[in-house]
Design a protein around this ligand. Structure first.
Ligand code: AMP
Length: 619
């Protein structure tokens, strides 16, 4: 990693202040390349995935150079999903923390349009939108793009893959010709190339090189985790690994302190290491780790540079590194002096692509690891506890305690074993030997029949394959899913992409949550997870697909009017979300097929709160 600092890049003073506040130490590789180009007013094509720091790569320079004095938006960002639009708008607002007049607004399908109409009346400087809803506003005349000076297409491949190509093109046509353009995409499928050719004009290209590098004698694993479970997962991993010295990598200075503090509070011997600390303190921390007075150091890349401590037997990438170079550098802190090292990479579903990039560059598969369970942790704690008791006995010096217990036993007539059990119970109160731990299922754990992967972070080919499988259908409805009817079909020139695009764009249900789609001439069916909240169902009922009312509804006993292909098929005994909602029964409609055999629907798990929430949202 080079030594370029944010201050070297020529960003506005206010923006630098915000970067400082965010705790970013150095620009990530994509930022080092993209920021100077965008500051010069160039158009940009960025091959970068989530986790590389691409949001700041385009936001920081555009905040520095655009003129935000008009009452209408100066900057527009298009994103594929509601969650990403909110996330990006929030990030931009935080980068504009020292620019009080700048207001970023996320507009996306699924939110009451009146709320957005009202918000758009207040001088909005930056709009971050999903294409469908933005087009809606353009058509209503509720947004003016006449003064847009820069447009960014974020996660272009995913956006186009979701069927937003036409919408994106319509929007691009509304943007002033001289506006600066940037497009970020993890992959470059044909559709993205088309957009680049047609709309990007002359551009500079920046990409994260997947430099190949070898890492030997390091046992590499990754753990798939939801962002909100990361800390809990970290503590479990730390407890379940037999490590000596441990180095944990995070992104920001604040995080080094936060994570170290939280680990300390949970009984780990941890300390932070960041550029914020004075050199002497940093040296002292590393020295304590070296001599075993400290077990865990939580560091940023910069602070950990050059750490050479043989004792480090585990490197945890708590936050994914920006690129392979950084990954190789990080895990190289273990496996020193001919020893075998361990490296564990935390990956959230949105960061899958980075995992693939790393595997490709290191030419080594990184093995998945399971989240340590309560019983595994329990086993470790019991072993450690037994060891501690025996060590204490070995050390001796127990006379007064022995007397105390002996007296208690004879006075009360309590057997010694009973007393030992009570003491054990007391001793483990702050760290139970048999903890009841919340289940942390991997984010992609789905019912049978659903692929382990989801559409996030997969390449175009894999996505295509998944879609194809979904389209062709396996037998019956996927477990945990319900089938819905849509009153649009092939005759309306509707494709599965249009359906995915409309559902994802309007409701914010992410593309990976949308199950199999079947297309017929006059209608189609789509499988969606159980437990969709009513407001979202209403949105889906009112949405349009390719200009046609969706006529979205749960498939009920009554076949849709005029449709003969369907017959009623009752599931035998199950209690689905649908029937629980008070409908008359849990009958389903299925396409007649002699090859199909009756298969009872799986028990609904929609009443598990976790399941209900986990089905939605991107991470
Ligand atoms: P993104 O790829 O834009 O989704 O960013 C991924 C994460 O990296 C976000 O949590 C950012 O706040 C963080 N991040 C971006 N740039 C930097 C940087 N230069 N230093 C530390 N963290 C960063």
């Amino acid at each position: 990693m080079s030594d370029i600092s944010f201050a070297d890049l020529g960003l506005a003073k206010e923006v630098l202040e915000a970067v400082q506040k965010a705790g970013y130490e150095v620009p990530s590789p994509i930022q080092q390349q993209a920021i100077p180009a965008l500051l010069k007013g160039k158009n940009l094509l960025g091959t970068a995935q989530t986790g590389t720091g691409k949001t700041a790569a385009f936001s920081l320079p555009l905040l520095s150079t655009l003129n935000f004095s008009h009452s209408t938006p100066a900057m527009l960002v298009l994103t594929p999903t509601r969650e990403l639009s909110i996330q990006v708008a929030e990030a931009i607002q935080s980068f504009a923390i020292a620019m009080p007049k700048i207001r970023a607004l996320a507009i996306y399908g699924g939110q009451d349009i009146n709320v957005q109409l009202k918000a758009l009346k207040r001088n909005i400087s930056i709009v971050v939108a999903t294409p469908g809803r933005l087009l809606d506003h353009i058509r209503r005349g509720s947004i003016s793009l006449a003064k847009v000076q820069a447009i960014v297409l974020d996660e272009a491949d995913e956006m186009l893959d979701m069927g937003f190509m036409e919408d994106v093109e319509s929007i691009l046509k509304e943007i002033p010709k001289n506006a600066q353009r940037a497009l970020f995409s993890a992959t470059m499928p044909e559709q993205v190339r088309q957009i680049v050719e047609r709309y990007l004009g002359e551009y500079e290209e920046v990409r994260i090189e997947g430099k190949t590098a070898t890492v030997e004698n390091i046992n590499q694993r990754y753990i798939m985790v939801r962002p909100q479970h990361k800390l809990e997962a970290l503590t479990r991993v730390l407890e379940s690994e037999d490590a000596d010295g441990i180095l944990i990598f995070v992104r920001t200075k604040q995080e080094t302190a936060e994570v170290a503090e939280k680990l300390e509070a949970r009984g780990f011997n941890a300390a932070p290491l960041s550029g914020d600390l004075a050199q002497t303190l940093r040296e002292r921390t590393i020295n304590r780790l070296k001599i075993g007075k400290l077990d865990i150091v939580v560091a940023t890349d910069v602070a950990a540079r050059g750490i050479d401590v043989d004792r480090i037997s585990l490197v945890v990438n708590y936050d994914v590194p920006y690129d392979t170079e950084s990954y190789v550098h990080r895990i190289g802190r273990t496996g020193r002096a001919g020893r075998t090292g361990n490296a564990i990479l935390f990956v959230t579903p949105r960061e899958r692509r980075l995992l693939k990039t790393i595997e490709k560059a290191t030419r080594q598969p990184i093995a998945p690891m399971d989240m340590p369970t309560g019983s595994q942790i329990s086993e470790k704690r019991v072993i450690a506890f037994r060891k501690k008791i025996l060590e204490k006995i070995e050390q001796g010096d127990l006379d007064i305690f022995r007397d105390l217990i002996q007296n208690l036993a004879s006075e009360t007539g309590t057997p010694l074993l009973e007393l030992a059990a009570a003491l054990t119970a007391l001793a483990q109160e702050s760290q139970p030997l048999f903890p009841e731990m919340q289940e942390l299922p991997p984010p992609d754990e789905r019912g049978k029949g659903f692929k382990a992967e989801n559409t996030f972070g997969l390449g175009a080919e894999e996505n295509k394959r998944l879609r194809k499988e979904r389209k062709e259908g396996l037998d019956g409805v996927e477990e945990g899913f319900l089938r819905y009817y849509l009153g649009v079909g092939r005759k309306d020139r509707v494709s599965p992409k249009d359906i995915v695009g409309a559902i994802a764009g309007e409701s914010g249900i992410s593309s990976s949550e949308i199950g199999r789609i079947k297309l017929f001439d006059k209608f189609s069916t789509v499988e969606l997870p159980e437990g969709i909240p009513d407001p979202l169902l209403q949105i889906l009922e009112n949405m349009y697909i390719r200009g046609n009312p969706s006529k979205f509804r749960l498939m009920t006993e009554e076949p849709p009017k005029g449709i003969k292909e369907f017959v009623v098929r009752r599931s035998t005994s199950r209690d689905s979300v649908f029937s629980r909602k008070g409908k008359s029964n849990s009958g389903r409609i299925e396409k007649t097929s002699s090859r199909r055999r009756e298969r009872p629907f799986k028990e609904s798990r929609g009443d598990t709160p976790f399941r209900k929430t986990r089905r939605f949202g991107r991470h």
